[in-house]
Design a protein. Structure first.
Length: 432
């Protein structure tokens, strides 16, 4: 049966980084969304939306927006989130690699996949983009857990054939073969999308990058995800490993690992040539603000990057990131914007967390928007979810003043309801 959700609606009709905010966003104070067969059939002012033969769910004062889209995270790191005191390379060796070693066990991998997806849903995130581990079982576990929830996810086997401990290295050939088999099994199955996933240049030999570049060339509808220029020490390491390369990005470029569908996590410390190349090739970068402060990586200049014409998504980067919440992630992006000299508008933050990330993933036709035809991944925000937020939003004189306290101070308590492909899901993670 069709569903009709009524409440406040916020719909983007243009990109708020290029169009004026007033022209980019529509706020329907008496809005409705009609859901049919898991998809959005219509969204707009309530009197324009067909209500025949539909179950009516009234959300009252709640604000209906697309579910959040997390464009870069690591589900195997859920168990080590908030690990103290290390910067990137030491953090990987001390906390991350020992935990990732455990994902050869399919039972453990499935448990962590279930846990992560339920935490994400409780925080209003309906689409996730995850690195797995080198173990094919970790990829199966993730996609099986996502399929059980009918969630759209993008993920792939993390490939590493150097500078990683015993038990956590593959080879160029096995990385190719395993990725090819997983891609054939999962890419386009239900809502699953495969991402070819070399972890980063320090842990992949040129032979491995070459093999994965060939695999991507043969399967261009897949995504390709990796890390780029996150910390200065990492960049210096890449320079030592590849003195012949003009810059870090060239170590991917020379193996065909660049172009539409490429997702470069972090990309904080870029050279002018790298910026030009990212724009010209239609590659995307992913801003991971809570991670960038937590691991001490630096200040990503989102406004400049977007103005330069580089496709940009937003992400938690858990467990290097310190929160599962895209609200907290928007707050961190706002704070870093302030430190970089640009106050990002709440509309821009919300766009980055939904349609912007979906565009980076090349999935904006099906997720991250309320446009008709899109899958019905929707959340209802409570803009008064705590006393501290309520006392501030109660004074709001416009929609942006009403939303901004939730962006800056909100968490999973602000997520009143979640729909995944038209199915209303329980808000609380299992077991809590
Ligand atoms: N660079 C290479 N691997 C990782 C990772 O797991 N997390 C982060 N934040 N950066 C990385
Ligand atoms: Zn990452």
């Amino acid at each position: 049966m069709a569903q009709l959700l009524t409440g406040h609606l916020l719909r983007f009709v243009a990109d708020p980084f290029t169009a004026p905010i007033k022209a980019a966003v529509v706020h329907d104070t008496h809005g409705a969304i009609r859901i049919e067969d898991g998809r959005i059939a219509a969204a707009g002012p309530v009197d324009t939306v067909d209500r025949t033969d539909a179950e009516h769910i009234d959300l009252g004062d709640r604000l209906l927006i697309p579910g959040f889209v997390d464009a870069h995270m690591h589900y195997p790191q859920t168990g080590i989130i908030a690990a103290w005191g290390k910067r990137l390379i030491d953090w990987l060796n001390t906390y991350t690699f020992p935990e990732e070693m455990r994902f050869g066990d399919p039972t453990y991998a499935r448990k962590q996949a279930d846990l992560t997806l339920d935490l994400a849903l409780a925080h209003g995130t309906t689409t996730l983009t995850s690195f797995c581990t080198i173990h094919p079982a970790s990829v199966d576990a993730w996609f099986e857990a996502a399929a059980a929830r009918n969630m759209a996810t993008v993920a792939g086997k993390t490939c590493m054939d150097r500078n990683a401990p015993d038990g956590l290295r593959d080879t160029p050939q096995s990385a190719y073969d395993d990725s090819a088999a997983l891609l054939a099994k999962w890419h386009g199955t239900g809502r699953a999308r495969y991402a070819i996933t070399p972890r980063f240049t320090p842990t992949s030999t040129p032979d491995q990058l070459e093999a994965l570049g060939a695999l991507w060339a043969a399967n261009p509808s897949c995504a390709m995800q990796t890390h780029l220029s996150e910390q200065r020490d990492e960049i210096a390491w890449v320079r030592d490993l590849h003195p012949e390369a003009s810059d870090y990005l060239q170590t991917y470029e020379q193996h065909g690992l660049i172009g539409p569908g490429a997702l470069f996590g972090h990309a904080i410390h870029l050279e002018p040539r790298e910026r030009d190349l990212l724009r010209e090739t239609g590659s995307a970068v992913v801003h991971c603000p809570t991670s960038n402060t937590f691991i001490g990586s630096g200040l990503f200049d989102a406004a400049r990057t977007i103005t330069d014409g580089i496709t940009t998504g937003l992400a938690t980067d858990t467990g290097g990131g310190s929160s599962f919440s895209m609200l907290r992630t928007m707050a961190a992006a706002y704070e870093i914007g302030q430190l970089s000299g640009t106050a990002l508008h709440p509309a821009q933050l919300l766009w980055l967390a939904t349609e912007g990330s979906a565009r980076a993933l090349r999935m904006q036709d099906r997720t991250g928007t309320l446009a008709p035809g899109s899958d019905a991944d929707i959340i209802a925000l409570d803009l008064s979810s705590t006393p501290a937020i309520a006392q501030r939003s109660g004074r709001a004189e416009n929609i942006w003043e009403a939303i901004f306290p939730t962006i800056m101070m909100g968490d999973d308590r602000a997520i009143a309801d979640v729909w995944v492909a038209g199915e209303r899901v329980a808000r609380t993670p299992e077991g809590n």
